[in-house]
Design a protein around this ligand. Structure first.
Ligand code: ATP
Length: 329
């Protein structure tokens, strides 16, 4: 392959820039020309494509967000959109694409490969909810951001003997809540993967104060319900003390990536280029037990594929993601 391109798609995550940088520098070291595509699949279809050099990614490894911009572009789910994207890639003489994003973005990469354009997916999301990898690029940074916020909330919680419900991101996954909650010494952690009873949370809060604790922090994954709804249900279940809700919001998506995310992004970016160099597409790179692994995006569970087609033509996850529930034991 003589010329490849890189894009970021779906929700942004810290470490995406580090991954782009690794793709660019690795491609150049392999004698492959490298192009950037702005705004994900939308930019591909619009022809927003331009050459990148080693200097283009200077001073990017520590920057949050993605300098190639990210976008959602539902039109890419349809063949018409995919073929329009391919037409643009052909105009630029591009032969393969690295797609950094979530599982929706992986499906786009799969379609490109099926149309004869090898594409490799890299997991970029703070939610850690992508199958085929233990960790996604951006997760470690988001957890650190949440831990920092929880430490601060604990200061004010202790000063007023106040109970806090802290709503954190993660979509339908509890990984951010679970890991940040443990790291910050939260008193309760509520995640979608594990059932709980409000009465038990109320008892836990009351017992803590009776024992002389001066604060109580509940970390709530957004996939359970909103912080406000949770607070209402807590009161309905009999909690009568001082209660505040804090929604951390988009600060969790930003910031300079941690060293761990930078290293993960650099390793994965380099591997994606090696795969395209060898003519391999339709796979996603992941990390399992600290080793880089590749999985076919679409296929049977026996083939180790991440997704398979349903009889109605829909897409189903072969091995649904579960939060690291062993942390509970
Ligand atoms: P995040 O989990 O951070 O939201 P994501 O990649 O899952 O990331 P999506 O919005 O689901 O985010 O997908 C990103 C883009 O990938 C879509 O806007 C669309 O352009 C493309 N895409 C999603 N699903 C498909 C599909 N089934 N086939 C082709 N392209 C798709």
């Amino acid at each position: 392959m003589k010329r490849i391109a890189v894009l970021t798609s779906g929700g942004d995550a810290p470490g995406m820039n580090a991954a782009i940088r690794a793709v660019v520098r690795k491609a150049i070291s392999e004698g492959i020309e490298i192009y950037g595509i702005n705004h994900g699949y939308a930019g591909m279809v619009a022809g927003d494509i331009f050459p990148l050099t080693s200097a283009s990614v200077g001073d990017k490894i520590g920057r949050g967000g993605t300098f190639l911009y990210s976008a959602r572009y539902p039109e890419f789910k349809y063949e018409e959109g995919q073929l329009a994207g391919i037409e643009q890639l052909k105009k630029f003489g591009i032969e393969g694409v690295v797609v950094i994003g979530g599982d929706g973005s992986y499906h786009g990469a799969m379609r490109l490969t099926e149309h004869g354009f090898p594409a490799v997916g890299l997991p970029g999301t703070i939610d850690n909810d992508i199958v085929g990898t233990d960790f996604t690029i951006g997760f470690d940074t988001a957890v650190s951001t949440v831990v920092d916020a929880l430490d601060k909330i604990r200061d004010t919680s202790s000063s007023h003997n106040r109970t806090f419900v802290v709503e954190v991101m993660g979509r339908n996954a509890g990984d951010i809540a679970l890991n940040a909650g443990i790291a910050a010494g939260a008193d309760d952690i509520c995640i979608p993967e594990k059932e709980f009873k409000f009465e038990n949370v109320v008892n836990n809060i009351n017992k803590g104060y009776e024992k002389g604790k001066n604060h109580h922090i509940i970390v709530l994954a957004e996939g359970v319900m909103s912080g406000e709804e949770f607070a209402t249900k807590l009161k309905e279940a009999g909690y009568e003390g001082d209660l505040r809700v804090s929604v951390l919001g988009h600060i969790q998506r930003g910031g300079s990536p941690t060293a761990r995310d930078r290293v993960l992004a650099s390793r994965m970016g380099a591997r994606a280029v090696e795969l395209l160099r060898d003519g391999i597409g339709g796979v996603a790179v992941g990390i399992h037990n600290e080793e880089l692994v590749e999985s076919p995006i679409l296929g049977t569970p026996e083939e180790g594929a991440l997704f398979s087609l349903t009889e109605e033509g829909g897409i189903k996850v072969n091995n649904p993601h579960k939060a690291g529930l062993e942390l509970y034991r």
